[in-house]
Every structure is written in C-alpha cells, then in structure tokens.
Ligand binder design. Sequence first.
Ligand code: ADP
Length: 551
Amino acid sequence: MLRRRYIIWIGLSAIVALLLFNLWSQYRSLTELQTTSPLARQASWRNRLSDVAADLQDFYRERAMKTLDVSPSTIVPEKMDDAVEVAFHDAPADGVKRYFLSSPLSTRPGVVKVTLYDPATRTKVDKRTPDHWAAFSASSAFFSLILRDASVDPQQLVFGEDDPDNRVIAMPIVDSSSRAVGVAGMIVDTNHFRKTVLPDALPVALRQHFTEDELDEMTFAVFNERNEVVASTCKDADGSTDVWVPMHLAFSKWRLGARSLGLPQDQLAAQNFALNFSLTILNTLALALGIGFALRAASKEMKISQMKSDFVSNVSHELRTPLSSIRVLGEFLRSGREIEPEKLRKYGEFIETESARLAKLISNILDFAKIESGQRSYDFREGQIEDVVHEALRVYEVRLQQRGFAVDVDLPAATLPPISLDPDAVTQALSNLIDNAIKYSGNSRQIRIRVWREATAVLVSVTDFGVGIPGDELRKIFERFHRVSTGLVHDVKGSGLGLSLVKHIVEAHGGTITVTSDVGRGSTFTLQFPATPDVDEAGAAESGAIEGLPA
Ligand code: ADP
C-alpha cells in the first residue's frame, strides 16, 4: 500500500513537472511569437505591396516598351525633326505629354539634339520648355555611352523625376552591333496617371495580391513626394501607414502604404498572446483537474479495496467467534452430562443471543449487497415509531441483560402520530444503533433511548456514554466499511456496514440521521422521520411540550 502511494506521488510529481514545463515553453514560444508575428506580417505585407506597386506601373512600362522601341534607322542626326514624326506618328496620346528623341549631332561633335513631339497635336514641339530640359537631363544618362560607342542593353529604361511635373521614361536606341545611337523617351502626364490610371489599377492590383478579408481590414493609399494622398481605398485616408513601399519607374519618390483598420499590430499581437496563453492555462488547469480527479478516484479505490479486505477479515472474525462458541456448547449438550437447570438456561440464552448477532450480521451483509446492486426495496405502511422501538429492544433484551446494561427509554406521554415506515427496516436501523451503543460503551453500562416529536417530524435518538467519536470522524462513519481505527474502538470488532445501512434506511424514509459525540463521554445518534401530512395540531402542541425535555 505504502509503495503504491509512493509510486503515485512520484507519478504525480512527474506529471506536475511536465505540465509546468509545458506551460513555461508555451509561454516562451508565445512571447517570441508576439514579437515576431507583427514583423512577419509586416514583411509579408511589404512584399505584396511591392508587387502591387509594380502592377500599378504596368501601364507605363508597357507603353514605354512599345513606343520607345524606335528603329535605329530613324535616327538621321541632321533630320531629327522629321525623325520624331516618323517614330511617334501613331503613338497613343493618353497618359503621355511628350515623346522625344535625342541624338548627338555628327556635324557638331559634343552637341546633343533633343526633339520633342506632342502626341495630342501630332506635331513636333519647337519651343524650349521645361519638358525639353527634363528630356535632356534624363537622356544624358546615355550620352557618354553614345559618345564612346559603348554597347548598351536595348531594354534598359532610365527615369528622370527631378521635375515632378515632367517625369521622364527613356530608353536607348540601339543599332545591330548593340551600340546606342540615340535615346527615345516620353514625358509622363502625371495628372493622367493620378486621375485615370491609379484609380482603375489600384483595386485590381490589390485584389490580386491581398485576400478579401485583408482588404476589408486594411486601407491602402498612394502618397506623392509631399505626402499627399494621391489615391486610396478609403475616403478619409490620412498620411499614416503601418508599412509602405516606394512606387516604381518615374514615381519612385511616391509611396504605396497600407494601414490596418483594427488594432495596431503590437496590440493585436499582445491580444493574441493573452488569448493563446489563457487558453494554454485553461488547458493545463483542465488537465490538472482531470489528473486530480483520476488520482482521487484511484486513491479512493485503493482505500475501498483496503477497507474491503479489512471487512473480510473483520466479518470472518465476527462469524468465527460465536460459531465456535455455539459449537462447543452444542458438543457439551450432546455429551448428555448432567447440567444444572440454571446453567442450562444460561447456555440457551447464550446460544440465542449469539445466533441473533449472527443473524443480524448476515442480514446486514445481505442488505448491503442489495443496496449496492440497487435491489433493496421497502414495504412502507402506516405505523407507530414506539412499536418499532419496543421491537428493537425486545431483540436486544437478553444481550442487554447479559452485559448488565440499564436502558432508559423516554417515550412521549401521548401517542405519536403514525408515520409511513417499513417496520422491519426501521427495526434493523434501531438494532444497529443499539448494537453499536452496546459495543462502544466502554465501561459505561447505560443507554438512553428517546422518542419525541417536532413540528413536522418524529425523532428517535440512541445515546450511550461510552468511548465517543473524534470530530473529524463524525462524517466518515456513515461511509460503507469505514471504522474508526484509533483509541478504544480499536479492539471492538465490527463489519463497518451498520451505520451506512442505517443511513440508507432513514434516507429511504425521507428522513435524516445526525450524530453528536464527545470523545470519552459518549454519542447520540438521532433518526428523524418526516411526520405524515395528516398530523393534527393537538398532537403537535403535545409533542412540543415533550421537545422541551432536557437532553
Ligand atoms: P461497525 O460494525 O464497525 O460498528 P458501523 O458502521 O456500525 O460499523 O460503525 C462505523 C464506526 O463508527 C465504528 O467502527 C465505530 O468506530 C464508530 N461508531 C459507531 N457507533 C458508535 C458509538 N455509539 N460510539 C462510538 N463509536 C461508534
């Protein structure tokens, strides 16, 4: 038993240690998640915003690839005015303020000529305007390459965005030997990009890279270099963003930003942490509770199994002692020896009381088995409690006399109202109480039985002045197999079933059993039965007087 307990404690400590470790590691990983999850989410947003920004420039990228892919044969340095008209005569006008060509003049080394073309009027532009300088400065990225006949990537785009009103996209014009001979370019119509291209392209691009839920929970906006909102998915977008990326091509000083509409990321992460950690604690508690219950059940089971084996040994002893005495007496009587009548009477009495005890023990065991299997039934009828008290006393008369007990029976003067009871069962309950009073009286030889009535109940108490019961045992003694194992009671044999049966019987009658006890001074067990509904008031008044009797 001790070893089993020891093993249980070791197991329990191991489980608790495991649970604590689990809690600790969950805490650690959740804390880490709390710090990394906003970063990870932001990184993911940033990547996807970059893709969106690239998509937003598809319009100009495609336009540039198509219209700026000018044949090198168009570049005839002395005839650049005609060349722009040839190169861009059918180039689309929407979104582009100017197209242009630039090329070094072969007649005047070191001089570069830039010729602009207005796609709206389909004519070349002669005036020197700011767009002219913007075109010149963007093309200049290629001039040194052109002048030294270096080979260049024909698809390489360069951008000029120093003048926000004249953003340039330019591409080299490359001959068959990969040498740049000139530059073709366009000046972007920023207003068109802002008012037409962006509002159309932004929702489409966002839908491609973000989920519907994300789009519901976030706002997206494009900001210009002065941090003004140029386009957005929400009317009242302000300049704030959780993450942003630069736009592409000739708009690299513009930003595409996203902001969560809900809680800020760190608060969201803290909320997630709190939720997950509380769930972990809850799980751990549930697990601990489950383990606690399982252990409790196991230890109760161990206790019961211990009680059962005690019960078997107690009952065997209880059976063996009277049986062997009866056998000895039987053999003696069979021998035919002369016996004095007085002795004969005593032997008869002894056999009678011992067999009554055996019968009581066996009926207790049988009843217990019936109660355990739910088969114990009661035969209720109207009856007087006084009759039951007399019957129980009659059963114990001889034994009480033999042991020299004086029984003080205190019955009310007037007849009590009948109550609904199973007389045999209640007799058995009272017999058990009287039997205990005899067994646990120690040196005292006095028992008191009292019957009285209260407003809605009839009560019977059995008082002894014996060993008493310690306070912490008072509730346990009604449990099956439980026996107080300390003090004087130690030596008295019993099955541990009596009081559990008494409790079952009284409760089956809708009543209760209570006990008061003082160690070394005795105990009082009181059975309380509900009085039948037709109790008359006169009776109640009468019993009220009896209730006032000193205990
Ligand atoms: P048992 O057969 O052991 O008497 P019970 O169920 O009748 O079984 O009683 C349970 C335990 O309660 C007893 O073992 C005893 O320790 C204690 N007990 C019962 N009645 C008394 C009493 N009148 N005085 C002292 N102890 C009692």
